[in-house]
Write a protein that binds this ligand. Structure first.
Ligand SMILES: [Zn+2]
Length: 202
């Protein structure tokens, strides 16, 4: 992809460095700015931030995104709170999958409910020669549904075995490299900070 094209799709406050997870759901879980293992510095505290994030995320088709943005009146504080809850639920579940906590089955059960609900409201539609579950753009729950359906897709894929967490922050990514493996969400941020710290400790 040409760089000028990829930059132009990012909304204010978001850049390529916010989309390093390798999957829209991981990029969504990575919408905290903490540089350590806390998750307090929220980057989607308002709807305009959430909508801006979605523009660069590849979660929705162009048509869906346009329709979501057009019907902004459907988005209220309750739905934004729901998105935050879902984000942290997915975080817990993926930590469990990465073997860092036990299976966390109550969390998984909650996510399964979200996925079932999203399928109940959504449609099974053809897109580029294959079929996918798509959210109902007219439902107030559409953002959550889009994320739940994307999560279902991720959890069924081979990528699950390549899920990793950054050694420094709480971000997740899919390690598609060979060899020793990727340790940082992004070499430009956590990787460089960790190297600088190691240097100071010597
Ligand atoms: Zn990191």
């Amino acid at each position: 992809m040409v760089i000028s094209e990829s930059l132009s799709r990012f909304a204010e406050g978001w850049s390529e460095a916010d989309y390093v997870g390798g999957h829209p759901v991981l990029d969504f879980v990575n919408t905290v700015a903490d540089t350590g293992k806390t998750r307090l510095d929220d980057k989607i505290g308002r709807w305009d931030a959430m909508r801006g994030w979605a523009r660069g995320a590849g979660l929705l088709t162009g048509q869906e995104l346009a329709s979501f943005l057009q019907d902004a009146a459907l988005d209220d504080d309750g739905e934004l709170a729901r998105l935050h809850g879902f984000r942290e639920q997915v975080y817990e579940a993926i930590l469990g999958l990465a073997g860092q906590t036990d299976g966390a089955s109550p969390t998984m059960a909650g996510l399964e409910r979200s996925i079932r609900d999203a399928m109940g409201r959504g449609s099974f539609a053809g897109e580029g020669g294959r079929f996918r579950w798509r959210p109902d753009a007219r439902s107030p729950r559409r953002w959550l549904d889009a994320l739940a359906l994307a999560l279902e897709e991720l959890l069924r894929s081979q990528d699950v075995s390549r899920l990793r967490q950054c050694s420094r922050c709480t971000w997740f990514f899919i390690d598609r490299g060979r060899g020793a493996g990727r340790r940082w969400c992004d070499m430009r941020t956590c990787g460089n900070r960790a190297k600088a710290e190691a240097f100071r400790c010597r």
